[in-house]
Design a protein around this ligand. Structure first.
Ligand SMILES: NC(=O)c1ccc[n+]([C@@H]2O[C@H](COP(=O)([O-])OP(=O)(O)OC[C@H]3O[C@@H](n4cnc5c(N)ncnc54)[C@H](O)[C@@H]3O)[C@@H](O)[C@H]2O)c1
Length: 513
């Protein structure tokens, strides 16, 4: 209320050559009466229902336009998330005293009537903090020219960032060429920043990013870890802790991970545990990290007992996926990332699989546009699943498609010779085979997956890897319950089934893969 959204919508529509719609005005027109009297007659719940129906009807009619929503419209979580996924959602903010001045005594605004306006606005903002934080951008309007605000909104819309909506812990995943240059801006004003990368990534990107932060006036310490999974251990975490504590980091500090999934998981874990939690931002530089590990807040490291056995959930504050950084990535690492992209497409649905089938040759050749499209699809899927099941209580398990067998194949190979994404590709082929055998999926779906993986240069000859040790590693899987292991089995693109299978049955089921 009083944020100036109707005026801004008009200005935006004029600049964009499209139409502006004011939701309250549309509702009044449809109902033939004022918002105030709808509130009086139907109560707030009745009004919200009408609001939802009217907005849906308008969105059906217009594929584009600028909508000024009522301040309460986005308090409906399902509607808000629909708007976030289908368009650009911007929250306008201003100081409460400024808002109070703009709304006057609150005449015609049923939620303010009869209250001390400033106190009531304050209470509403606190009540709606989670809803208003789930947006593509929060834009300050106080003391700014309309034109400048409109330009900022247009820039946000053109950027097409993804939002991981988690209330006040929401964050954006920005994907594109050159987005790493935004790091100083996204880091904001910080007392202390520690930038972590590894020996391969530091000279390529980490050092230059640290310099850019310093040039912007932020004191930055750097930590350069040994590269690869072999360094994903407590010793690396200690090096980050040590650098941060020596720099006297406080709760307002920030850790930044610039690198692949190993750097990201270690930096995230150090951030989760330092002072019981400081902010972390990710600049993923491998395809796998962009589509998977940088999003979702899982952090951790390996011990001699296995991979990722110690960890914590800690969501980042921002993620910058700069596809330019992929230019230096070895081909085998890129291919491994594509394994996770294929997984995401089969979880997402038919349209995503078809798009990937069309883009396969371009992706294999490293085409930038096809790569951005693939990252966007996979990152959006991950963001959606994480939002619905942040702590892996249920749905998030679908992301393990191909992983139970993939991990076992990796372990049976002694973690050499196969990259994780390649093992996941093999694991998916086996999972599709299991599905077909159990009547959940079909042999045609498995053949389709194999064609796609082939086109992307990923391994598919799962039979060659099905050594007896694979079964013993499955039996020791951490997702095991008593005598069975839960498998993530694909029925068809977009339909995944979780099915516990008795360990005793597995040898027969996994034969002839
Ligand atoms: N947190 C999660 O949700 C999650 C999800 C999936 C995987 N992971 C973890 O991610 C890790 C795998 O990540 P990864 O595949 O990115 O491996 P990685 O971090 O080891 O990177 C692979 C190699 O590429 C190098 N590298 C990185 N960026 C480069 C670039 N732009 N140019 C040249 N070289 C570059 C690295 O130095 C490393 O040697 C595993 O430890 C896995 O457990 C975590």
């Amino acid at each position: 209320m009083g944020s100036g959204k109707s005026t801004l919508a008009q200005a935006l529509a004029a600049k964009l050559g499209t139409s502006a719609f004011d939701l309250d005005a549309l509702i009044e027109r449809a109902a033939g009466t004022t918002v105030e009297s709808i509130f009086r007659e139907r109560g707030e719940a009745g009004f919200r229902e009408l609001e939802r129906e009217t907005l849906h009807a308008e969105l059906e009619r217009h594929t584009q336009g600028v909508f000024a929503l009522g301040g309460g419209t986005v308090t409906d979580q399902a509607l808000r998330r629909e708007l976030l996924a289908g368009g650009t959602l911007v929250t306008l903010s201003a100081d409460v005293s400024e808002l109070a001045r703009r709304v006057g005594e609150g005449k015609g605004r049923p939620l303010l009537a009869g209250h001390d306006v400033e106190a009531r606005l304050e209470a509403l903002l606190a009540q709606r903090a989670d809803a208003y934080a789930e947006c593509h951008a929060r834009i300050q309007t106080g003391g700014r020219a309309l034109d400048a605000i409109a330009d900022e909104v247009i820039a946000v819309a053109r950027d097409q960032a993804l939002v991981v909506p988690l209330g006040t812990r929401s964050y954006r995943v920005e994907i594109g060429a050159g987005v790493r240059a935004r790091l100083p801006l996204r880091a904001g004003k910080r007392s202390r920043v520690v930038l972590v990368s590894d020996e391969l990534v530091a000279p390529l990107f980490g050092d230059a990013l640290a310099e850019a932060m310093r040039a912007a006036g932020t004191p930055v310490e750097t930590v350069v870890l040994g590269p690869g999974e072999a360094h994903k251990n407590i010793a690396s975490v200690e090096r980050i802790w040590e650098a941060a504590l020596s720099a006297e980091i406080d709760r307002g500090g920030l850790l930044i991970g610039v690198g692949g999934g190993v750097v990201g998981d270690l930096t995230g874990f150090a951030a989760a545990t330092l002072l019981r939690g400081v902010a972390v931002g990710h600049v993923p530089t491998t395809l796998l990290a962009m589509v998977d590990s940088a999003i979702g807040g899982k952090t951790g490291f390996d011990t001699r007992h296995g991979k990722n056995l110690v960890g914590a959930f800690h969501q980042p504050s921002f993620v910058l996926c700069d596809v330019e950084t992929l230019a230096t990535l070895p081909d085998a690492e890129r291919r491994a990332g594509l394994g996770e992209v294929v997984k995401a497409a089969f979880i997402d649905g038919e349209a995503a699989v078809q798009r990937l089938e069309r883009d396969a040759a371009a992706l294999r050749a490293g085409d930038a546009e096809a790569t951005v499209r693939a990252i966007r699809m996979a990152a959006a899927l991950k963001a959606r699943v994480v939002t619905e099941d942040e702590r892996e209580a249920g749905l998030r398990a679908v992301l393990n498609l191909g992983h139970t067998l993939g991990h076992a194949i990796e372990a049976a190979q002694g973690y050499t010779g196969l990259r994780h994404g390649e093992a996941v590709a093999l694991g998916m082929v086996a999972a599709f085979g299991l599905s077909a055998r159990l009547g959940i999926g079909t042999a045609e779906q498995q053949a389709r997956l194999v064609r796609l993986l082939d086109a992307l240069g990923l391994p598919t000859n799962v039979g060659a890897y099905m050594r007896p040790e694979v079964l013993s590693f499955i039996a020791s899987d951490k997702k095991r319950m008593a005598d069975s292991v839960t498998f993530v089995l694909p029925a068809e693109p977009g339909r995944i089934v979780l099915r516990p299978l008795a360990i005793a049955e597995l040898p027969a089921l996994l034969q002839h893969q």
